[in-house]
Ligand binder design. Structure first.
Ligand SMILES: [Fe+2]
Length: 186
């Protein structure tokens, strides 16, 4: 029996390479509920990719004690004055936390607690972000190039996208005078 294993998964920093990788693309047409400016949204190419996620899922979903690892790439762009961003979610098991690590580009991490208090953290290459339990999270690309970050989260956390699809975050991130600004959702 060989006691020394060869790795089956590699990360280039920007991409994962291996057999057990799940790849998801989110296009304009998949993100109808999240952007505020419906007119600007309708004018965009429905097939345009907004972000892609590559995930390494070494254990079945919902495995207590397991961990997942992923890399997300958000394309540069805006819908009206709102930056391209992820759907955002609470974890289905609310007390599960997560860590993000910024690889490249410029972005923002929006965090909203269960009282709907929203704040944001700047994400720059090398920055590490601890997302506390009971906190909804969403990321946005605030730069002109791909914004890439990696994440580690508990395998049993799950994704509650529905709460955000129905109620949104209490604030949105818009480009005002060229600067990312967090404003109340009208
Ligand atoms: Fe998460």
């Amino acid at each position: 029996m060989n006691l020394i294993a060869t790795p089956s998964l590699f990360s280039t920093g920007q991409h994962l390479q291996g057999k057990e990788i799940e790849r998801i693309s989110r296009r304009i047409k998949d993100l109808e509920s999240i952007f505020s400016d419906k007119k600007a949204y309708a004018a965009l190419d429905a097939e345009r990719v907004v972000y892609e996620v590559e995930s390494y899922l070494p254990v079945p979903n919902n495995t207590e004690g397991g961990l997942f690892y992923g890399i997300t790439t958000i394309k540069p762009g805006t819908v009206g004055n709102e930056y391209f961003m992820t759907k955002g979610h609470f974890h289905s098991i609310r007390n599960r936390a997560e860590i993000y690590f910024t690889v490249s580009g410029e972005g923002m991490l929006l965090l909203m607690d269960e009282k709907r208090q929203t704040r944001a953290e700047k994400m720059t290459p090398g920055s590490v972000h601890y997302i506390h339990a009971n906190t909804a999270h969403r990321t946005a690309n605030t730069g002109d190039v791909d914004f890439i970050f990696s994440a580690v989260w508990p395998a049993d956390a799950g994704h509650d996208y529905d709460t955000i699809a129905r109620h949104g975050f209490s604030k949105i991130l818009v480009k005002q005078n060229g600067t990312p600004t967090l404003i109340d959702r009208s």
